[in-house]
Design a protein around this ligand. Sequence first.
Ligand SMILES: Nc1nc2c(ncn2[C@@H]2O[C@H](COP(=O)(O)OP(=O)(O)O)[C@@H](O)[C@H]2O)c(=O)[nH]1
Ligand SMILES: [Mg+2]
Length: 359
Amino acid sequence: MQVRKYKANTIHGAVNLAKQELGPKALILSTRKMRARKGTPPYKAREFFEITAMPPSSSTEQALMNERDHGFLDSVKSELMSIKEMIFLLSRSGRLEEGFRLNPGAIEVYGRLIRTGIAEPYAQLFLEKGGALKQNGELPSKDLHERVFKEVMKVIDVTDPFSHDRGQVISAIIGPTGVGKTTTIAKLAANLSLKQKKSVGLISIDNYRIAAVDQLKIYAGILGIPCFAALNGAELEFALSRMKEKDVILMDTAGHGHYDVERIEGLRELIGGYLPVSTHLVLSAVTNELEMERAAQNFGRLDFSSYIFTKTDETQARGVIINQLLKLRMPISFITTGQRVPEDMFKATKTGILRLLFG
Ligand SMILES: Nc1nc2c(ncn2[C@@H]2O[C@H](COP(=O)(O)OP(=O)(O)O)[C@@H](O)[C@H]2O)c(=O)[nH]1
Ligand SMILES: [Mg+2]
């Protein structure tokens, strides 16, 4: 930056000097009225003006300044957002207000719970149980978060339906249409056979959509494992008898709409006669909560013993998982995180799910 000074008897004169030298767009940084030093000859003016000026800023300097301005604006914007968010949370928090007053750090934790999609009453419950609404002295924010997250962790229950070695495990994967049942079976089959070295067989009792049988058969072909289609009790019996030696049999089921109670009943008769079959309900994390709740109620007729949550990659509001657990307590067996077979799935663990929720 070239900063220069120009002196003249009038401001106008000094500015003109600057413009002559630096061009008409010279930037005037300051002006000063100065007194002449002692001993200045009387024919010279006793007062004069000094201006400080610089050439017009180059485009890079301008760009840098713009960028700085943008960065500043962004930080102001995000500050405003969080203030707005806090006001919103406070205005909705009702009886939490007192707790927030005693322990302002709790607002931030509350925000995290709400942002991840945990329903307000449950979020309040976690705060209360974690002791975040009491006077807590100078409890650091990190500790406060940990205490509340621990409460969330307590309601997460997990299970692995394939862990035991005693005898054959037969599992039916049930759930509404399009939630990802067939894809999840392919992931499970691949993991069990390739990683855990178990012998696996597949049965499709999706007698509703022939294409779904084909989809499963393609996966079976790739994995080199048997796959049978069974449309009635006799066929199911046949398929099971052909796969007596398998460690695990996974059954894919028809893509019922969950309101289709009659079909669900039919399915129950079909698999219910072949105990021990454990059933696992697949729910998509992007389903709205009311639908999710109804699906769990209607498929409850099939006595499912775990949840599998799919499509967690398609939403930030993964807290619906927690809401569902609190409505109908049941362990979670698997979580799927994308369309890739077999990578996009993990066995449910408390810490894994907590990470999914809060990063
Ligand atoms: N993004 C995402 N898509 C999934 C996931 N699981 C399954 N899908 C997709 O959901 C769609 C329906 O899957 P499908 O297994 O046929 O569902 P089904 O009708 O329950 O058997 C397919 O396009 C799958 O690729 C997942 O975890 N994440
Ligand atoms: Mg299917």
